[in-house]
Design a protein around this ligand. Structure first.
Ligand code: ZN
Length: 285
């Protein structure tokens, strides 16, 4: 038999978030989301969250009216700790950085305290600013890893920060740890932009690892440089084989599936021809 106890919005003071708790016979708890600040399902994984729920559960079971204020206060505190993670992926030249900057600017214009981080490996345009392929620019923190950000910014400034943008996220090995802590425990909104795949269409860095903890994922497309159709992949035009080769249009181009496959075939054929010519030249010499 299902028993339930509902806290109506009228129980909440003006600063508290309205919420409803349903207690089922098997002792599990479902929290119904009634505003954007309510706890997301991912927070159920948080040890802190679970311990709070456990305490809340025991308080509710004791059914003392004096406990209701404490429950409401704990719930509001837990809800205020909950941030968000939004992921923007796609091939090169798909507008990932432009989209990231647009979202950061929107958050800033809404009065939120923002900061942008990028990898210090990417020095194509400027070290201390983030620049799109279209030339749009914002100041940023160039870092070797994300774990150093709080220290570099200063703990007080970090605590006041509400939104963190991360560009070229595939270069950060500690992406998952940083994002989960910042969103789950520090209440930050994280907007991540990065390549989901490398030039061989393999998972690139830790970008795909954060999808299970993300609130939203946006996959952008570019235009195929060869046919103008939607491009999902990045083709490397040169022969280098290292995964991290930071370059622009001189090395990479966005392509559709058909031209990615044919482009790889052309590269293999060209390599075979070149190698056979080398053999012929050396035998003549
Ligand atoms: Zn194409």
């Amino acid at each position: 038999m299902k028993s339930f106890l509902t806290f109506s919005p009228t129980l909440s003071n003006s600063a508290a978030t309205p919420f409803s708790c349903y207690f089922l016979s098997h002792q599990s708890i479902i929290l119904r989301k009634t505003s954007r600040h309510m706890l997301a399902a991912k927070s159920l994984q948080s040890p802190n969250f679970l311990s709070r729920i456990s305490v809340m559960h025991s308080l509710v079971n004791s059914a003392k009216p004096s406990n209701l204020d404490r429950i409401r206060s704990m719930y509001t505190e837990a809800a205020s700790m909950s941030g968000e993670i939004h992921v923007i992926v796609g091939p090169m030249f798909a507008g990932k950085t432009t989209t990231l900057l647009r979202r950061i600017k929107l958050e800033s214009s809404n009065g939120r305290n923002v900061a942008i981080i990028k990898s210090n490996k990417d020095t194509r345009y400027a070290l201390d600013s983030i620049v799109t392929h279209d030339g749009e620019k914002l100041p940023c923190w160039p870092l070797v890893d994300l774990s150093s950000f709080r220290q570099r910014l200063g703990p007080e400034a970090y605590d006041k920060l509400e939104v963190i943008g991360i560009d070229e996220a595939q270069f950060f090995e500690d992406l998952y740890d940083f994002c989960s802590k910042a969103a789950d425990h520090d209440g930050k909104t994280i907007i991540v932009a990065g390549l989901d795949g490398d030039y061989l269409r393999r998972s690139f860095g830790g970008v795909l690892d954060i999808i299970p903890i993300a609130d939203s994922v946006t996959k952008l497309t570019a235009r195929c440089e060869l046919c103008g159709e939607r491009a999902f992949f990045t083709l490397r035009k040169t022969e280098e084989t290292e995964t991290e080769l930071i370059a622009g249009a001189e090395v990479y181009m966005p392509v559709c599936r058909k031209h990615y496959v044919s482009g790889q075939v052309v590269k293999v054929a060209a390599r075979t021809v070149l190698e056979s010519q080398k053999v012929q030249c050396s035998s003549i010499l």
